[in-house]
Design a protein around this ligand. Sequence first.
Ligand code: GRF
Length: 197
Amino acid sequence: MTRRVAILISGGGSNMMALLRDMGQGDHPAQPVLVASNDPSAGGLAKAAAAGVATVAVDHRPFGKDRAAFEAALMQPILDSGADLICLAGFMRVLTPAFVQAFAGRMLNIHPSLLPLYPGLHTHQRALEAGDQEAGCTVHEVTPVLDDGPILGQARVPVMPGDTADSLATRVLEQEHRLYPAVLRRFAAGNRTPIYL
Ligand code: GRF
């Protein structure tokens, strides 16, 4: 049974595009049914529409601090799309446990660090400040605890002399675009065995 994937973005959606490209290969156990963003100006929305995927923007700003109301508005088009799997891809809003529980075991995220190192923001700067010799990215199942769920895959890159947060981010992002599609293929086929690239 083909899984139906909703992808949530906040910006350019480079990971979203990597997932769409791979699902477009024809032999994939999942298909995209929606790309949703909390930011109506997210560049990824136009890219998804150009790729023929339904899109929706649910601006979080009018909801102010009422996270539950924003998430109810976001969840509605996801449910209407018939999605049975959610991929967070550059999605920059922290989700409440209620939203996460609705897709328990069926929500993935990519995070730009070798979790459990550096949950949260500014991961590359933190790795550089710690003097780490390597960095990377992690795809994990989303649980109510931020950046904490079961690891489904990781990819490592070397930290090079003279690296800045930007140069390291660029090197990691390249691996994100390999890792996330590889993990989604296996996860959608029911295989949760972690992948290490
Ligand atoms: C990437 O670093 C990703 O790891 C993080 O958000 C950043 C932008 O992702 N989740 P994208 O280019 O919007 O997919």
